[in-house]
Design a protein around this ligand. Structure first.
Ligand code: XUL
Ligand code: CO
Length: 435
């Protein structure tokens, strides 16, 4: 039985095809820089957007047609969604997925019942993974939807809520471990504040770090080898979220001795909400050796919230792939489409058009980034720009061999320095040669 009878298996047909259910650029087995496209891009689908997002917005309810879903909070309904999701993954040629505990299984009347429901669905997911070869990129716990988390999970003023959140993380880590997850994400949706009038910031940050240390300890106890990630986002739902951007996350992790245990999962629309470009956020993380994974989507310049649209902009995907190739590729991470269709795109087949477009946009970004690297002109320009530090005085500065006194004497004798152009426009033109 098929849940998407009108959608064929999506295959690579090349740029000239007129078939909307085909890849124009994503050719899973094509080799770029010594690896296949599938190995480079490590695509994942988000269970929450594909299976649970009803496509509501602040002004209207859901529009998504999900004829397989009886809308009940039963385990049977949850188990049926697994079949639908795996048909979707198969037809799209996506090898990995990500979930929150409450996406895959219902939250029931009490924690024990919710945990039991989760275990049942995990059993089925495990069987489906085994049958199909699909993998779990990462799992996570939803500590932001239920009203008990309205004032935070790890940063809640209530110790009982903190304990409930910890219990949920434990169960979600067990699930991720059982499914051979390559990673586990912490996104602090409610780990922030609405007003400082009622908030002890220092205490909340201490609590959040305590929770993460408890998770690190538990990870060791159960032998879970997946990578932990923090996912930065500045706001929405909170007015201010503590893990606001890459730099803030790295500072928090360093301050609380957590950096050895975590990398970052960077999302495009979160970068732009923080007032940064995606490339900025990626470079900040990669420079600290902490770029782990990517939530692939984009925002809308005309809307000020987290629209989670599918990525189609080739400048964006090229810049992302330049950073990913530059760090030697993903290890545990991948490109997770944390993206949803527009409210107007309510038919099941729109799920496929959305992912096909995102996959093709990244395939092109990969090919363009590889061409830029093979050409070498950008690298050479940047190298030359800093050449004064390669020898002589500059090299001694980098090695820490000169004092402020010596530099003063040098500058007094050297006269006014001359500066070469940064050539931004020339480089923008050069980028357009490749796009
Ligand atoms: C929310 C968001 C989350 C995380 C996982 O903006 O991106 O879905 O990716 O909790
Ligand atoms: Co995300």
């Amino acid at each position: 039985m098929s849940f998407f009878p009108n959608v064929p298996k999506i295959r690579f047909e090349g740029p000239q095809t007129r078939n909307p259910f085909a890849f124009r650029h994503y050719d899973a087995d094509a080799v770029v820089e010594g690896k296949t496209m599938a190995e480079h891009l490590r695509f994942a689908a988000a269970y929450w957007h594909c299976m649970r997002n009803e496509l509501s917005d602040p002004f209207g309810g859901g529009t998504a047609l999900m004829p397989w879903d009886d809308k009940s909070s039963t385990v049977d309904n949850a188990l049926k969604r697994v079949d639908v999701f795996f048909e979707f993954l198969d037809k799209c040629g996506i090898d990995r997925y990500c979930f929150h505990d409450r996406d895959i299984a219902p939250e029931l009347n009490n924690l024990a019942a919710s945990n039991a429901a989760l275990e049942k669905v995990v059993e089925k997911l495990g069987a489906m993974q085994k049958a199909t070869g699909k993998k779990l990129l990462w799992g996570t716990a939803c500590l932001f939807s239920h009203p008990r988390y309205a004032q935070g999970g790890g940063t809640s003023p209530s110790a009982d809520v903190f304990a409930y959140g910890a219990a949920q993380i434990k169960a979600a880590m067990d699930a991720t471990h059982a499914l051979g997850g390559e990673g586990y994400v912490f996104w602090g949706g409610r780990e922030g504040y609405a007003t400082l009038l009622n908030t002890d910031m220092k205490r909340e940050l201490d609590h959040l770090a305590r929770l993460l240390h408890l998770a690190v300890d538990y990870k060791k106890a159960i032998g879970f080898k997946g990578q932990f990630y923090i996912e930065p986002k500045p706001r929405e739902p909170s007015t201010h979220q503590y893990d606001s951007d890459s730099a803030a996350c790295l500072n928090f992790l360093r301050e609380y001795n957590l950096l050895p245990h975590f990398k970052l999962n960077i999302e495009t629309n979160h970068a732009t909400l923080a007032g940064h470009t995606m490339r900025h956020e990626l470079v900040v993380a990669a420079s600290a050796g902490a770029l782990g994974s990517i939530d692939a989507n984009r925002g809308d310049t005309l809307l000020g919230w987290d629209t989670d649209q599918f990525p189609t902009d080739l400048y964006l995907t090229t810049e992302i792939m330049l950073v990913v190739l530059g760090m030697g590729g993903f290890t545990t991470g991948g490109l997770n489409f944390d993206a949803k269709r527009r409210r107007e795109s309510h038919e099941p087949e729109d799920l496929f058009h959305a992912h096909v477009g995102g996959m093709d946009a990244f395939a092109r970004g990969l090919k363009i980034a590889a061409a830029i690297r093979a050409d070498g002109r950008f690298d050479e320009f940047v190298k030359q720009r800093y050449a004064s530090f390669d020898s002589g005085l500059g090299a001694r500065i980098e090695k820490g061999e000169v004092t402020l006194q010596e530099l003063s004497e040098y500058a007094l004798g050297n006269g006014e320095p001359t500066l070469a152009s940064g050539r931004q426009e020339m480089l923008e033109n050069l980028l357009n040669e490749f796009i």
